[in-house]
Ligand binder design. Structure first.
Ligand code: SAM
Length: 317
């Protein structure tokens, strides 16, 4: 793909969104819905070429899941509708919804945890974990992505159940903290002036809190082999420092037909599989795929190309 080619995630098409006039910016409402206990009752799986109408005579489009009409939480996310490749972090990707579903399904397990998201983009997964976590470092790189992510983290702060208090200074700090973490450079302390905006730099308090992180996570960050190398170097470094931590990674396999292969291929995914295989063989990582049968709280197409993986550092034998 050429660097200036436009890329579209189109994730917002399943959620109500408001387009901001004369721009490609949108505000999307991601609704967290509780699926009905008995889906089978209301869904007509068998009918072909028939469309049901509701009480008002409008067509009912069957998206396969029926939800309760209970009041539900809504996450509002500002994002772009289309970008060039280098700005993909300004869009929402489907892998984020899969990972967010998993975080919601396991809120009891994650309650009170410290988390860190890599390549957070618009910050949706960090906001979801922020509902129950003690603190979440929501990381990415580049001022535009970080600024947009910061706006989203603040816009949804009413959903965070805990307050994060800095014990030394007695100040309340935000539960979801946006920080710069470029996988090719690692964590840079605030004392280093490298052109990064001050508020996204890491303080000494942050690096102390980093030691408590048990949940590392990333959504849809496997699309370029060099970046996959940089990501895994960074993740291994973080897991070595926090031996008890788990890394969750969602992936969407994007298939392309190439003339070179005369077949449908997914080279980025293939490279990812080789990487984890190597790390398992060398006994550096334990890797396990999580079946994607957990509850779907968000409205999107959970296609079979969406996968979720869990990794831990290999402890001493
Ligand atoms: C396809 S987007 C996914 C964004 C978000 N996780 C989601 O699923 O909606 C890939 C993300 O990886 C980030 N990224 C790419 N290279 C990076 C690097 N070297 N360091 C940190 N983040 C990077 C991008 O800025 C972008 O936010």
């Amino acid at each position: 793909m050429e660097p200036n080619e436009t890329v579209l995630s189109d994730v917002h098409v399943f959620a109500p969104f408001l387009k901001i006039e004369n721009s490609d910016t949108a505000l999307t409402r991601f609704v967290i819905k509780q699926p009905k206990q008995n889906n089978e009752k209301d869904v007509d799986h068998g009918s072909i070429n028939t469309v049901m109408k509701d009480d008002e005579g409008d067509f009912v489009v069957d998206r396969g899941i029926k939800y309760d009409n209970e009041p539900c939480d809504v996450i509002i996310i500002e994002h772009q509708l289309a970008t060039v490749l280098k700005d993909v972090g300004l869009q929402v990707w489907r892998g984020a919804l899969l990972l967010a579903d998993y975080l919601l399904e396991n809120e009891d397990m994650f309650a009170g945890c410290y988390g860190l998201e890599l390549g957070a983009g618009v910050g949706l997964c960090s906001v979801v974990l922020g509902r129950v976590a003690s603190a979440v470092f929501c990381t990415d790189f580049g001022d535009d992505v970080l600024r947009n992510c910061h706006k989203n983290a603040e816009m949804n702060a009413h959903l965070y159940k805990n307050t994060s208090v800095n014990k030394d200074e007695g100040q309340v700090s935000p539960v979801v903290k946006v920080r710069e973490l470029d996988w090719t450079k690692g964590i840079i302390l605030s004392s280093t002036s490298n052109g990064m905006e001050e508020c996204y730099r890491w303080s000494k308090t942050d690096t102390d809190e980093l030691k408590k992180v048990t949940v590392f996570f990333a959504a849809d960050v496997i699309y370029d082999d060099k970046l996959t190398d940089a990501l895994f170097n960074q993740v291994l470094h973080l897991l070595q420092q926090n031996q008890q931590a788990t890394f969750y990674l969602s992936i969407e396999k994007r298939l392309n037909f190439t003339m070179e292969d005369l077949d449908v291929v997914c080279p980025a995914y293939k490279y990812y599989l080789q990487t984890i295989q190597r790390l398992q063989t060398k006994k550096i990582l334990h890797v396990k795929q999580i079946p994607t049968t957990f509850t779907q709280f968000f409205n999107y197409e959970r296609v079979k190309e969406l996968e979720l993986w869990e990794m831990k550092a290999h402890g001493p034998e």
